[in-house]
Ligand binder design. Structure first.
Ligand code: AHR
Length: 507
């Protein structure tokens, strides 16, 4: 380990910012590889303990995170999914081919009722992605009615015939997915008009209120966001003012290599690590560019920005189906997650929801399940979500960091080695701190302005290597432990180990 460096982190506890919606800690479950089948769902006859076919160990792990919402059924799969194939007796449900992901058979055993039961077990809000690419307006409209309509109506009666009397509450509704790509290869204006049309027929039934989310840009395609915002603007100022949809989305994945050669999740060099850090940090300027466009059309911030796919994307693990996107997850992934959350906390006045891709067994998963033994593993990313849950619905406060720069240039950039964000809630302040340096610990002076600290404690995620990961044989290689923190005149002082993430609580 190298000699310690030092950093100052100033937290303005007395300058409250926006509320950090818990929905920034949202999730995503697609019919892709072993996310749904084998991940969430094993079926009622499985020897793995389950409730109505839903894995109880996965539910128990995710409840530790208080996951706020779950996006389903896609992703690309959403625009090929026909919801009526996934209701009624399972044995009678038609089968289809999942052409997006592995060309495997989909038996539709996990459908609407199973998803809503899963959300109930998780105490998470459902975020349903409707099919614009290959569906119809009527199909989407009837799905909303089926899920949310109280009393008697054709779809409410059908739901009842399938065993569910009361409507469900569905707060979030996606109008297709990636329409510029797998969702239909549309141009922005074409899709913007379709989004308005589909959204018109996604009704608020009873007391259910939908946040309708228009499928947004890839990465920094601000022209796409602009087309959507123009579609908002001229309707909002037309003869019958209305918001066509309440939010627009954007997708951004952290790719350390290139799309053709993304690199291994576990076997990477220091240069690969720093390239990944720089790729992850692109998220802030990228979101700010979309927000700048939105601010021009919607200065009152009535329309939310939703980052409904984010996370690392590596080459699949050797020997696994390339279409299943199964990857391991190291401390590097945990650091990518913590950097994203710092940005989410800063931008929480416009960024209203975010969904990591994906919760179980796919891409930057929080939970991995072993295909043969069924064993469940919590990934390093899981622990970042767990440690950071203190920020759910808390008030963001400004943070200023003075920290050493990384000792290497990456693509002409030198990055500061410490990232931080903070919030206050119920008389407590929480500061999240990441030390990206691979060799040097950093002594952090936490300067808390506007509060006098009484009790200070901290937990840290600091494995022996940034390449450390958890597996069935070693489930706790990367897991949080208490971190020593001492009170100081201005606040607190602590030492962050190399490649570590910590959360400090001050009360
Ligand atoms: O998360 C995997 C895929 O990535 C999703 O299906 C798609 O929306 C995106 O391209």
């Amino acid at each position: 380990m190298g000699a310690a460096t030092s950093a100052t982190v100033i937290v303005n506890v007395d300058i409250p910012g926006p509320v950090i919606s818990r929905h920034l800690y949202g999730h995503f479950a697609e019919h892709l590889g072993r996310c749904v089948y084998g991940g969430f769902w094993v079926g009622e006859d499985s020897s793995i303990p389950n409730e109505g076919g839903i894995r109880l160990d996965v539910v128990e792990a995710l409840r530790e995170l208080r996951i706020p919402n779950l996006r389903w059924p896609g992703g690309c799969f959403a625009d090929e999914y026909h919801w009526r194939d996934g209701i009624g007796p399972r044995a009678d449900r038609p089968r289809m081919i999942n052409t997006n992901w592995g060309d495997v058979e989909e038996n539709n055993h996990f459908g609407t009722h199973e998803f809503m039961a899963l959300c109930e077990l998780l105490a998470a809000d459902p975020y349903v992605s409707g099919n614009v690419g290959s569906g119809t307006v009527r199909e989407m409209s009837e799905w909303v009615e089926y899920l949310t309509r109280p009393g008697t109506s054709p779809m409410a009666d059908l739901r009842r015939a399938n065993g569910r009397d009361e409507p469900w509450r569905v707060p979030f509704w996606g109008l297709g997915n990636e329409p510029w790509g797998c969702g239909g290869r549309m141009r922005a204006e074409t899709y913007a008009d379709l989004a308005r049309q589909y959204a018109t027929f996604c009704r608020n039934h009873g007391d259910n209120r939908l946040t309708r989310i228009a499928a947004g840009a890839s990465e920094d395609d601000v022209a796409w966001t602009e087309a959507l915002m123009r579609a908002v603007d001229d309707l909002a100022h037309g003869p019958f003012p209305a918001l066509p949809f309440e939010a627009v989305s954007v997708h951004y994945y952290t790719i350390g290599g290139t799309w053709d050669a993304k690199g291994s999740a576990t076997r990477f060099g220091d240069d690969d690590y720093w390239r990944t850090i720089v790729a992850a940090q692109r998220i802030e300027p990228l979101l700010r560019r979309h927000i700048a466009v939105m601010d021009r059309y919607d200065p009152e911030r009535k329309v939310g920005l939703v980052l409904d796919e984010w996370g690392t994307w590596w080459d699949v693990e050797p020997g696994t189906n390339p279409g299943f996107l199964y990857q391991q997850n190291t401390m590097r992934d945990a650091i990518v997650a913590s950097l994203h959350f710092d940005v989410f906390h800063r931008l929480a006045d416009r960024l209203t929801m975010a969904n990591i891709a994906q919760t179980v067994n796919v891409l930057q998963a929080l939970v991995l399940t072993d295909e043969e033994t069924g064993a469940l593993v919590r990934t390093p990313t899981f622990h970042v979500f767990e440690m950071n849950k203190v920020h759910h619905d808390a008030t963001s406060v400004p943070v200023h960091v003075r920290a050493p720069l990384a000792q290497r240039d990456v693509a002409g950039r030198t990055v500061p080695t410490v990232s931080a964000s903070a919030s206050v809630a119920e008389g407590r302040c929480h500061v999240s701190l990441t030390n990206m340096d691979l060799e040097h610990p950093v002594e952090v002076d936490l300067d808390l302005r506007g509060v006098s600290a009484r009790d200070v404690s901290a937990r840290v995620l600091a494995p022996s290597s940034v390449r450390s990961f958890n597996s069935a044989g070693h489930p706790d290689q990367v897991s949080p432990r208490p971190l020593e923190v001492v009170e100081a005149a201005t606040g607190a002082r602590l030492t962050l180990p190399p490649h570590s993430f910590a959360v400090v609580e001050v009360s």
